[in-house]
Design a protein around this ligand. Structure first.
Ligand code: G6Q
Length: 546
């Protein structure tokens, strides 16, 4: 039985924020800007190539001071050091949390159980670089001697979302004579449609799975092997067309992949924090080793900033604290991530896992039920497309929508005035979301009185604007690290375990029970609820049996 925790809400710093919320929570961004015209210049911060404007948030200098004091009371700096130094802060799995070690320089030292992990990290990076160079240069050939023209990453969750997002985001820099594809869903359609136009003789599969036991990935990997062997005939072909990324050498060998073609990572890399590990092999083949190292350098720059900058100028800490402010004090349910860049179309989806799997928790580290709201629902789509669909609800619905707008000063595809139009839309949206349009403003152009309420925009929707010069590998690395550390900051304040995912583990077990009912002969005795039993019977009776 869990014990209700009063510890966070009983802190004087939390109570001070709750008291402060009673006034600031009601104030409008129009008034905050009118009272303090300098805030648009002042409430900004910059690091690792990213500029953050957080002036359009429902905060005053006092709010920010109180949030920083809360972070200090929760020992954000101490907990940050514990993470960077390899302490086992993932307590329910007894693991260190060291995605930051994946981007540490060669000479660094980070110990896990007395072992310096940095030489291991760089040994794998060097092997990945060698392999990537060989594939890119056409030195690594398929079984029949053909060059590799398609790389298919088979993985799911953390073993799919990061690499897929990074490939889409950095496609501009990718080797264009190789096609990169991603298969994740156990739905056979995903595999069938992905390989439909591929030639097995020139296709390389990367089976990416930390555990190498995940149902979806192993099912897709077996189908891939069968597809390859149906065309090439000889089991010896597997060694030329399959490589693995995993922590589990025994299972990799059991599958039939030579462990010489396995790229290792470690249990201290969480799935959703793994895109800088060997899980990023597809990214490295696409960009080349130097491009991949630039991603690491950008992330590293943000790591250093997070670790050393004062909290009041610390981008990830500020973004994390603002999320706590809206989730726990305004009871805002969501954060919309709205990149004004088509290359970032998968970034919101990637962030959904990072944020929601990490902070979708309802008990504190000591197991007590929380008595405050924790992780928000993250979602979003690229602008300007979203403006023609769901923005309506943000502008004129009844809910509060903090939004992150992400844009770049220079386009990678300069074309006429497209980029000016894109960025004008981004800035105009953040302005309209903040300030809205009052009834008086609407009426002033002669709008009929009955129409005025329909055309009024309340505004007061807070936004962060994240602006960088150009979308480069380093900028993407910094952006990922920014959100990783924002998520960490939120978890520290809420006193929850951001690095386990028992909800995901549950899904892995539940389906197994039902699959055995599908496969058993006759009319098996079912022990689910009456709805599930009836659905299973209906499906069994109607499915086409082979
Ligand atoms: C991430 C989660 C989860 C995981 C997938 C794939 O943090 O643990 O999304 O990445 O379930 O797991 P494998 O890599 O072990 O196949």
């Amino acid at each position: 039985m869990s014990i209700p925790s009063r510890s966070l809400t009983a802190r004087p710093e939390w109570r001070a924020l709750a008291e402060h919320y009673k006034t600031v929570g009601k104030s409008h961004l129009r008034d905050l800007f009118a009272a303090d015209p300098g805030r648009g210049e002042r409430l900004t911060a910059e690091a690792a190539g990213l500029f953050l404007d957080y002036s359009k948030h429902r905060v005053t200098d006092e709010t920010l001071g109180l949030l920083v004091r809360l972070a200090e009371a929760c020992d954000l700096s101490g907990r940050t050091e514990a993470m960077f130094n390899g302490e086992k802060i993932n307590i329910t799995e007894g693991r260190a949390v060291l995605h930051t070690a994946l981007r540490a320089p060669r000479g660094a030292t980070v110990f896990v159980d007395g072992h310096n992990v940095i030489p291991d990290v760089h040994a794998v990076l060097d092997r990945m670089a060698d392999f990537s160079d060989r594939v890119r240069a056409g030195v690594w050939l398929g079984y029949t001697g053909q060059r590799i023209r398609a790389v298919v990453n088979i993985g799911i969750g953390g073993s799919d979302l990061g690499p897929m997002m990074a490939y889409r985001a950095l496609r501009h820099y990718s080797q264009r004579d190789i096609s990169f594809r991603f298969v994740s869903n156990v739905d056979g359609t995903d595999f069938a449609e992905t390989v439909r136009d591929l030639d097995p003789a020139s296709t390389l599969f990367i089976v990416a799975s930390k555990t190498f036991t995940t149902l979806e990935t192993m099912t897709n990997a077996r189908s891939a092997r069968a597809w390859l062997l149906a065309a090439l005939g000889d089991k010896a072909a597997v060694a030329k067309h399959f490589v693995a990324v995993s922590t589990n050498a025994a299972e990799v060998a059991k599958f039939g992949i030579d462990v010489a073609n396995m790229f290792e990572f470690w249990d201290w890399v969480g799935g959703r924090y793994s895109m800088n590990s060997a899980i990023g092999l597809s990214t490295m083949i696409a960009l080349g080793p130097e491009g991949f190292r630039q991603i690491l350098a950008g992330a590293r720059a943000m790591d250093e900033h997070f670790r050393t900058a004062p909290l009041a100028q610390n981008l990830p800490a500020l973004m994390g604290l603002l999320s706590v402010w809206y989730s726990s004090f305004f009871d805002a349910d969501t954060v919309a991530v709205l990149p004004y860049d088509q290359y970032l179309s998968r970034f919101p989806g990637y962030l959904q896992q990072l944020t929601m799997e990490s902070n979708g928790k309802r008990v504190t580290l000591s197991g007590a039920e929380v008595d405050y709201q924790t992780g928000a629902i993250y979602w979003g789509k690229p602008g300007t497309n979203g403006q023609h669909s769901f923005y309506q609800l943000i502008h004129q619905g009844t809910k509060l929508f903090p939004c992150d707008l992400i844009g770049f000063c220079r386009s990678l595809n300069p074309l006429g005035d497209h980029h000016d139009l894109l960025m004008a839309n981004m800035f105009a949206q953040s302005e309209a979301l903040a300030f809205g349009k009052t009834a008086e403003e609407v009426a002033s152009d002669g709008t009929a009185a009955w129409l005025v309420p329909h055309r009024t925009f309340p505004g007061n929707h807070p936004t962060s604007t994240i602006l960088a010069d150009t979308l480069t590998p380093a900028v993407l690395g910094a952006m990922v690290a920014l959100y990783e550390h924002s998520v960490f900051t939120q978890g520290v304040i809420w006193d929850i375990g951001s690095f386990d995912q028992w909800g995901v583990e549950l899904g892995k077990v539940l389906a197994g029970r039902i699959v055995s009912a599908f496969r058993s002969e006759g009319d098996p005795e079912l022990h689910h609820d009456s709805s599930t039993n009836a659905l299973i019977r209906r499906y069994r009776a109607r499915k086409v049996t082979r």
